[in-house]
Design a protein around this ligand. Sequence first.
Ligand SMILES: Nc1ncnc2c1ncn2[C@@H]1O[C@H](COP(=O)(O)OP(=O)(O)OP(=O)(O)O)[C@@H](O)[C@H]1O
Length: 226
Amino acid sequence: MSRIEFDRVSHDFGAEPIVDGVSLSLTEHRVGIVGANGSGKSTLARMINGLVTPKSGRVEVDGLDVARRGREVRRRVGFVFTNADNQIVMPTVREDVAFTLRRHKLPAEDAAARVEATLERFGLTALADRPAHRLSGGQKQLLALASVLVADPALVVADEPTTLLDARNARLVAEHFAALEQQLVVVSHQLELLDDFDRVIVMESGRVVADDEPLPALAAYRALIG
Ligand SMILES: Nc1ncnc2c1ncn2[C@@H]1O[C@H](COP(=O)(O)OP(=O)(O)OP(=O)(O)O)[C@@H](O)[C@H]1O
């Protein structure tokens, strides 16, 4: 497993603090982050791969300071966004999965084999030559996941990956998450997605207000939001 360290991390976008003195050491296989709208979850998640650099404190992934060694960190961290449209960059499904590997300097045959195996794993083989932007919402989210996982990142961070999906597709994506061997950090409002996680962090106004196994942490969150 990887190790994510937040050491007295704070951030704001000008006015009030959005992340306020957070220290966490995340080593569990699957970690969920919950909290009300605007509580700072996405900002915290985005710090793990340097999409947001904290104004103070330090974030490390496997001992690498994200602010200084962003490129190495981003090779280790796969980030899945809420809206797969923001992540799909190539015209077809196959090209989009292959695009992730462009900087990996793999022999062309190895890269192609990896792409095909990943398409197969996510049930996308039959759609490989289709225009990526015309897939259904669920298929797009699977493509986004495939395009991240083809590079075999050490850890995966996902920001509300099932929010835009119907129940069936959300379940399908959740099943793929459950099967991941990598460390996984998921921000979600869909609390049942986190039921069998190893640890759940509850955020409120930029602070960690509960940090426990899912049952007690989610109970604390439900009590918090009434
Ligand atoms: N780039 C930005 N510039 C200005 N303000 C921002 C930026 N990103 C986030 N914010 C603000 O920071 C606050 C926290 O946002 P964040 O997305 O981290 O919360 P969240 O807990 O993930 O919320 P949600 O559940 O609604 O996604 C919000 O008020 C948001 O408007």
